[in-house]
Ligand binder design. Structure first.
Ligand SMILES: Nc1nc2c([nH]c(=O)n2[C@H]2C[C@H](O)[C@@H](COP(=O)(O)OP(=O)(O)OP(=O)(O)O)O2)c(=O)[nH]1
Length: 167
C-alpha cells in the first residue's frame, strides 16, 4: 500500500506506510495477549506482541525478532489473521500473523506489564488497542477448545502451519 503526499514543490510523492507486525501466538486454543507498559496513553491496553518492521527485514523476520526481544520465545509464523488495518491516518499498517511457540519456550513479560492466555470466551475481557478490533474478531474462530486426550485430531491452529517442527 502507498500513500500519496505533496512535497514542497507541489509534486505528488509516494510513501509506503510503515508496517507493524503482530503475532497471535496460539497454544491449546488460547491466544497470548500482552498489556502495554508504555507510552502512558496506551499503558494497560492489550496488544499482540510485535512492532515495526525494520529496513531490510521481512515481516516474518521482524516478528521472530520481536518475539525474542519482548517475550524471550522462538516462534513459527503461520497464516495472516484478519486484514491489514490502517493506522495513524494511513501512515502505518498493522498486519497480524498466527504463530506458535517452538521448543517448549515459555513467554516472559520482558517489555509488557502483564501477559494472559485468552480463550475465545475471554477475548472481550481485556481492552485491546483500538486497531486490534478486526483482528480479534477474525481470531475468534481459530481459538478452538482443547481436544480431549482421546481425540486423535490435532486442533492446534489447524491449517495455519506447515508440518515442520511439529511437536
Ligand atoms: N505490537 C503491536 N503494536 C500495535 C498493535 N496494535 C496497535 O495499534 N499497535 C501500535 C502500537 C504502536 O503505536 C505501534 C507499534 O509500536 P511499538 O512501539 O510496539 O513498536 P516497536 O517495538 O518496533 O517500537 P520501538 O520501541 O522500536 O519504537 O503499533 C498490536 O497488536 N501489536
Amino acid at each position: 500500500m502507498r500513500t500519496e503526499r505533496a512535497n514542497d514543490g507541489g509534486h505528488a510523492v509516494r510513501r509506503d506506510p510503515k508496517v507493524i507486525v503482530g503475532a497471535a501466538i496460539i497454544r491449546d486454543g488460547r491466544v497470548l495477549a500482552c498489556a502495554r507498559s508504555a507510552p502512558p496513553e496506551v499503558a494497560g491496553m492489550w496488544e499482540f506482541p510485535g512492532g515495526k518492521v525494520e529496513p531490510g527485514e521481512s515481516e516474518t523476520e521482524a516478528l521472530a525478532r520481536e518475539c525474542v526481544e519482548e517475550l524471550a520465545v522462538r516462534v513459527e509464523i503461520g497464516e495472516r489473521v484478519g486484514r491489514d488495518v490502517r493506522m495513524a491516518h494511513g501512515r502505518s499498517v498493522l498486519k497480524v500473523y498466527a504463530a506458535r511457540l517452538l521448543h517448549g519456550d515459555q513467554p516472559q513479560a520482558l517489555e509488557h506489564s502483564a501477559l494472559r492466555w485468552l480463550s475465545a470466551a475471554d477475548l472481550d475481557t481485556v481492552t485491546w488497542l483500538p486497531a486490534d478490533a478486526p483482528i480479534v474478531a477474525a481470531l475468534r474462530p481459530l481459538l478452538t477448545p482443547n481436544p480431549s486426550p482421546s481425540d486423535p485430531v490435532d486442533h492446534e491452529v489447524s491449517g495455519s502451519f506447515g508440518d515442520q517442527d511439529r511437536r
